[in-house]
Write a protein that binds this ligand. Structure first.
Ligand code: ZN
Length: 378
């Protein structure tokens, strides 16, 4: 069980792990009219071998933190001690999960009482700010006692209401800060930005300010070329920090709630799916995937006998492949592999049991050469 929930749908044994020594978190501070700011834990940017082209790398970055669609994420609340949250705080965060769920997306959330089963572990350490790891980075957080998300101020007194939990859960879904969108075209008064976030009540280090505000994301990490200043993933900014676009010199306040583009984005990566419609993947039948970048195929596997099986993709492509067992509609992670940026294919070998049902999900990052990608079970 612990292996199952810990690794969830990230998996890759070969993927570079993030170095924890580089995490920085500092106190954000109490309310002073301007809302508190989310401060993300710093995770090193992924690097690629020299034979991975910039285009291929950008397609990998586009998907790398996103979950395989159809993943069920289980969340746990700390309720006692310094990490623990009062029931009214916990209820606000639950509402945040509901806001995303009610959109009808392919990701589902479920609260669990056993921390060992939870991919998302929510703490309420006061003074530690609001933050979450981004997307599949949460499964790289070692141990089963560490938080993957925190709320460090009274959410019931926050004028943004449920938007703060919605924002942090948006990070867990794999979405970055929208004000770091390279297409925003924001020109900052950098000295003023460092001064503002470095002063009370925030007291951020220069590196924290750079990482969370000034740093521009890679173009490949965002979808399309639009900027959405009303995104729930966008900070509010006081006057005199933004030089261009001129209209935001007097400050920028995103509208409350999810924007139309937030909804479009989450449905792009996590469209609603129907488990009943998957074709069956039978042993020794090679199936051509015909996938576009970021597209996913899902297959049902009904093992004809109990034994070890191998599932592998073929072709020059980058894929993430995750196997779940379908226990009466409750999907439990079995195994997964991710060959992105590598010159070999995703492969899973597991013992599968006759009489049980399994769901295989395969998402394409890129096909870096001509030719098709296929999958086979044997
Ligand atoms: Zn944030």
């Amino acid at each position: 069980m612990s292996k199952v929930s810990k690794k969830s749908s990230s998996t890759s044994k070969k993927k570079k792990k993030s170095s924890r020594s580089q995490y920085t978190k500092k106190k954000t501070a109490s309310n002073s009219g301007i809302p508190n700011f989310c401060v993300l834990p710093e995770v090193p940017e992924r690097t690629f071998e020299a034979d991975v082209s910039p285009f291929r790398a950008s397609l990998i970055r586009f998907m790398a933190k996103k979950w395989v669609n159809g993943t069920k994420l289980r969340y746990y609340f700390f309720r006692n001690g310094t990490m623990g949250g009062a029931q009214n705080q916990i209820n606000m965060v639950k509402q945040g999960f509901d806001v995303w769920m009610q959109l009808g997306i392919g990701i589902s959330f479920e609260e669990v009482d056993d921390i060992g089963e939870a991919e998302i572990r929510v703490g309420f350490l006061q003074g530690d700010g609001a933050w979450s790891y981004v997307g599949r980075d949460v499964v790289d957080i070692p141990g089963q006692q560490e938080r993957t998300m925190n709320f460090g101020w009274d959410l019931t007194a926050d004028p943004r209401g449920v938007d703060t939990p919605v924002h942090e859960i948006g990070h867990t879904l794999g979405f970055p800060h929208e004000h770091q969108n390279p297409f925003a075209g924001i020109v900052w008064d950098e000295a003023a930005v460092y001064n503002y976030f470095g002063s009370p009540p925030n007291n951020w280090s220069q590196q924290q300010t750079f990482y969370n505000v000034l740093r521009k994301l890679n173009a490949g990490e965002v979808e399309g070329t639009d900027w959405d200043p009303d995104s729930v993933m966008h900070y509010a900014f006081p006057p005199n920090l933004i030089v261009e676009p001129e209209e935001y010199r007097n400050g920028l306040r995103p509208a409350l709630g999810l924007s139309a583009r937030d909804i479009e984005q989450v449905k792009l990566f996590y469209p609603e799916i129907n488990d009943a419609l998957y074709p069956e993947l039978k042993p020794l039948q090679s199936v051509t995937l015909q996938l576009q970048p970021a597209e996913q195929r899902d297959y049902l596997i009904k093992p004809p006998e109990t034994r070890d099986y191998t599932i592998q993709t073929f072709g020059q492509s980058d894929t993430v492949m995750v196997l779940f067992e379908d226990q009466d509609g409750d999907h439990r992670y079995v195994d997964g592999d991710d060959d992105s940026g590598m010159n070999f294919n995703s492969q899973i070998t597991e013992r599968l049991y006759k009489g049980r049902r399994y769901i295989l999900r395969i998402r394409l990052y890129s096909s870096y050469s001509t030719g098709e990608t296929a999958v086979m079970l044997w």
